[in-house]
Structures are given as structure tokens and as C-alpha cells.
Write a protein that binds this ligand. Structure first.
Ligand code: AVI
Length: 318
């Protein structure tokens, strides 16, 4: 995988939401920033590299489930639905689902217009005759679906266990918003990562090659580049820990010495050992998954998991 060097990136106007979230997050005790800001160009490339790591089982396991259970999805979902994918990104898993389902249209939603256009063009040429109708937008906010799918039954597709990056209350709000957007009679196919052996979980978020560490530390580079920050890159180390009480992996950036730095003209201080909590990745037990879906207004219908119970794909209805 080709990784973009900072020097190759054109200067960008600071995103006011990025500035607000980072200043707010660094002013908090303990410090915490939302994980959406990992995904600048280099961050997205590093995430793609993470999905190929030997330790990072979720992508491989979910893709295998999508390949293996095509006929089961077809039987449970039926043909002729509009497939609406939330956070489509590079859409690498989508062809397996589209091949199985024979949908009437495909609507990928993603916040990154560049990524979305490229992935949509690729899918449209792989599935001639399938209307591909990309929507650029944040699925956490208000969205409208293309008029071309009015009247079609819908299947929401939310793979990758991205739901796990949300606090449970925000996850419930998002599931409800998906329900409202997709409408009555819709279905949702969602990927969720299971609770498992602690060492396996930690290895998946602290890999031997250091790609996840680079992904986490890239947030500091981004802050420095886009928000006139002067955070010392060598002042932080990547930490991944399992929070058993909250059933989640947490990623932190830990200060290795007392630090003073500036972001967008504001001064910050960190003690040695103090951290910035940059991401939570919640894991769910079989019952928790269903509870979460029901709280979000969806009724679980079928579930597919691998032999080791690492990851689940759940189909839910309204
Ligand atoms: C995008 N999301 C589901 C990933 C996860 O596993 O929580 C993000 C990630 N963070 C570190 N590695 C992968």
C-alpha cells in the first residue's frame, strides 16, 4: 500500500468542526477526541492497511461471512431492494453482497466525496445495469435519499463494526435515525464485533508492525498540520487497552514526559502518563447485540457468525 507523505498533501483550510472538537477534547479531563478525525487521507490509507494486518481479524472475518452466506442473504432479504450503505468508504466488501442480492439500486453514503466517487465508479462498471446513486454526507446528521429510490423497499448495510466506535447511547440514536431514513418495511444488515479473548483484542489494536500506532499518532500530525499545532510527535506513544467494565478496546495517546503545546493559538499541558483518549471500539456479546438493535427500533431476524464466534453479521427488520 502506497502511503501519502504529509509533504505531498496540499494545504487545507482548517475545518471548523475539527478545530472545535479538538479544542473541546483537549480541554476536557480526561482528554478525549472523536475518532472521526483519524480519517484524513493518510489516516484512511493507514486504516486500509490495518484491515490487511494478520492481527486485525474483523475485516477478514466479515468478508468471509459475506462471501459464504450469499444464498442465505438472498433467501432472507429477497431481490429488488435498494441497498443503502452507511459509511461506504472504499466499498471493498459490497460486491459480495450485491452479487448475492440482485438489488434494484445501490446508494453508498460517505462523508468523503473523493473516496465515494472513485468507489462508486468502480462498482458501477462491475455491475452494469445497476443504478449506483452516491450520496455525499454524514450519516450521523440529517440526510435525504435520492428520489430515484422512492417506493423501493430498502436494505441498510452497515458493515465493519463501525457501530462499535460509538458510545451505546449514540449507537441507539444512530440506529433509530437509520430506521427513520430507510422507512417502514426496511431491513438492516449490520456487522458487530464480538467480545473475545483480551489478548487477541489487544493485539488487533496494537499490531506488531506498528500500523495501528501510526494510525493513532497520525492524529497528532493532522492537528499540527491543520490547526497550527506544535505537539511533539516523539512526546506521545500509542496505547491500546481493554476496558472490561465497558466491554471496549480503548486507544489512547500517552504523554511520555510533561508536555506543553499549542493548538489554534490555545495552550495545553499534559502530565507524564496522561492520555488523550482517541477511540473506543465496543464489543458485543450475542445478547447485547440484540438488545442494542431492539433499543434502536430494529428486530433481529437472522445472525451469521464464523466458527470461532469472532464477528457477527445480523439481519434485522422493522
Ligand atoms: C472503523 N472501526 C470499526 C475500526 C475499529 O476496529 O474500531 C477502527 C480501528 N481503530 C483501530 N483499528 C481499527
Amino acid at each position: 500500500m502506497l502511503l501519502t507523505e504529509d509533504a505531498m498533501l496540499p494545504p487545507r483550510a482548517p475545518d471548523p468542526a475539527f478545530r472545535r472538537d479538538i479544542i473541546e477534547g483537549l480541554s476536557r479531563h480526561p482528554k478525549a477526541t472523536p475518532p472521526i478525525w483519524f480519517y484524513d487521507r493518510r489516516g484512511s490509507e493507514l486504516f486500509e492497511a490495518i484491515t490487511d494486518l494478520p492481527e486485525y481479524y474483523p475485516t477478514r472475518t466479515e468478508t468471509a461471512l459475506l462471501k459464504r452466506h450469499g444464498p442465505d442473504f438472498a433467501a432472507a432479504v429477497g431481490a429488488g431492494r435498494a441497498v443503502v450503505e452507511f459509511g461506504a468508504g472504499s466499498s471493498r466488501k459490497t460486491p459480495h453482497l450485491l452479487r448475492a442480492l440482485d438489488p434494484a439500486a445501490y446508494v453508498p453514503i460517505d462523508i468523503s466525496g473523493d473516496f465515494l466517487q472513485a468507489a462508486s465508479a468502480q462498482l458501477a462498471s462491475a455491475f452494469p445495469g445497476l443504478p449506483v446513486l452516491p450520496v455525499v454526507g454524514d450519516f450521523n446528521g440529517p440526510l435525504a435519499l435520492p428520489a430515484a429510490i422512492d417506493g423501493l423497499p430498502r436494505l441498510g448495510f452497515f458493515p465493519g463494526s463501525t457501530i462499535g466506535n460509538m458510545e451505546p447511547d449514540a449507537a441507539v440514536d444512530l440506529l433509530r435515525a437509520m430506521h427513520r431514513l430507510l422507512g417502514k418495511g426496511s431491513m438492516l444488515l449490520i456487522g458487530m464485533d464480538r467480545i473475545k479473548d483480551r489478548d487477541r483484542l489487544i493485539a488487533a489494536y496494537d499490531d506488531a508492525a506498528g500500523v495501528t500506532a501510526a494510525f493513532n499518532l497520525n492524529l497528532i500530525r493532522r492537528i499540527n498540520r491543520e490547526l497550527e499545532g506544535d505537539l511533539p510527535l516523539d512526546g506521545f506513544v500509542h496505547r491500546a487497552l481493554w476496558n472490561d467494565d465497558k466491554a471496549r478496546i480503548e486507544m489512547h495517546l500517552e504523554a511520555v514526559r510533561p508536555l506543553h503545546f499549542h493548538v489554534a493559538g490555545q495552550c495545553f499541558h499534559m502530565e507524564r502518563g496522561e492520555t488523550i483518549h482517541t477511540e473506543s471500539s465496543h464489543k458485543y456479546g450475542a445478547r447485547d447485540e440484540r438488545l442494542l438493535l431492539r433499543a434502536g427500533g430494529w428486530e433481529p431476524l437472522c445472525e451469521w457468525s464464523d466458527g470461532d464466534g469472532l464477528f457477527s453479521l445480523i439481519l434485522a427488520g422493522t
